[in-house]
Design a protein around this ligand. Structure first.
Ligand SMILES: [Zn+2]
Ligand SMILES: [Zn+2]
Length: 173
């Protein structure tokens, strides 16, 4: 997700450029970037959106509302399902040469010396955060049976149903 921004950087303050996104890409998870062997994986996402870049006095203000579709595994029934994720990137990016006093700025917010602005780090951050927070296939996921491992979205298990029904009637009094 690299953009060559040399034209915008040469432009005057207020110069605007937009890019339409329609991309399929493999995102490594945060864990796999840290070389964590247990979660070493990547996931494929299909991504659409519009990136608007505005030349500011210091750099480039980037606004990008993005919609993603990705397949991930439900943490309850363990089945793959399609997730829709929407988020907006709203960041100012600065040329590396202005490094001097910008110590509190994240390194991903710099434009490289080759005038490359990379949106992959914020996209990866948003997507993996949202997937990790709530990886369930639906609000009504029925879970798997703790006794036999049956996916209860796909069928009934006698043992589990008995437990569930008795718990349900207890709650209702
Ligand atoms: Zn599920
Ligand atoms: Zn069972």
């Amino acid at each position: 997700m690299e953009f060559n921004v040399s034209q915008i950087m040469k432009g005057n303050q207020g110069t605007v450029k937009t890019f339409e996104l329609s991309e399929q890409l493999m995102l490594p998870t945060e864990q796999s970037l840290r070389k964590d062997p247990i979660f070493d994986s990547s996931f494929e996402i299909y991504l659409t959106g519009t990136v608007t870049m505005l030349r500011t006095d210091a750099g480039i203000w980037t606004t990008a509302p993005i919609d993603c579709e990705t397949s991930c595994f439900c943490s309850m029934c363990l089945q793959p399902h399609i997730r829709h994720i929407s988020f907006t990137i709203n960041e100012e990016y600065y040329p590396l040469s202005r490094h001097l006093k910008l110590t509190e700025i994240d390194e991903s917010q710099f434009i490289s010396n080759e005038n490359i602005l990379d949106l992959l780090p914020p996209i990866r951050e948003h997507v993996s955060l949202k997937i990790l927070i709530n990886p369930i296939c639906s609000e009504d996921c029925a879970d798997i049976c703790v006794d036999c491992g049956l996916n209860l979205n796909q069928g009934h298990c006698a043992s589990k149903n008995k437990i569930r029904r008795s718990m349900y009637s207890l709650t209702l009094g």
